[in-house]
Design a binder for this molecule. Structure first.
Ligand code: SF4
Length: 197
């Protein structure tokens, strides 16, 4: 089975966008003094949902670099994740379950992890097409650090989203209009396999 799912120029473009996200994240984190060191929480328990085919494909490109026995174990954990999440959602609870790809506190696909894994934590905002700006205060540590700050620095997701959306359009080409929208947890992306279209 080929390990390449995304053409190399698209991998390079996605890595460039991810690097820009990390630079922005570091800029805001250093301004508010945020560090993940010693945090008793773990962002990998957040109920993240992901929305692009291109990131889904890149995630699977990362999984294909791993031994099959490890991938099988992640798939088993993804099934358990789905069952637990379903039960909690049925009870109207927010699932806070460790991501199936987190092994002993480490991400098994660190270089291939998704946008939200890279941006979660710092205060951030996004401009909507209708001109409204949606702002998010960041994780509980960020909220504590910025509580008494007059001018809170925000990471602006808007240009990063636009670049990712542009890459997604190139990846999907003419199929874009006929494909269903992606709204999946990482566990679902694992169990569905690489995107096929
Ligand atoms: S993909 Fe990696 S960084 Fe993202 S939630 Fe899972 S373990 Fe954490």
């Amino acid at each position: 089975m080929s390990r390449e799912i995304l053409p190399s120029p698209m991998v390079e473009e996605l890595e460039r966008i991810y690097a820009a996200m990390e630079t922005e994240y570091d800029r805001v984190a250093s301004r508010i003094g945020l560090s993940c060191k010693g945090c008793r929480d773990n962002c990998c328990r957040s109920y993240f949902r992901h929305h692009t085919y291109v990131e889904w494909a890149f995630l699977w490109q990362g999984l294909r670099q791993l031994e099959q026995s490890r991938v099988d174990r992640f798939l088993e954990r993804a099934r358990e994740y789905m069952e637990t999440a379903r039960r909690r959602l049925d009870r109207n609870e927010q699932p806070r379950i460790m991501c199936p790809l987190n092994e002993d506190g480490w991400c098994a696909v660190y270089s291939y992890r998704m946008m939200i894994c890279r941006l979660h934590g710092v205060p951030n905002q996004v401009s909507m097409p209708d001109g409204r700006v949606k702002a998010f205060p960041g994780c509980h540590v960020s909220q504590e650090l910025t509580r008494n700050m007059g001018q809170v620095p925000y990471l602006d997701r808007t240009p990063l989203y636009m670049e990712l959306a542009s890459l997604e359009r190139r990846f999907l080409g003419d199929k874009r209009k006929s494909l269903p929208k992606v709204d999946l947890t990482l566990a679902e992306m694992l169990l569905q396999g690489p995107p096929v279209f």
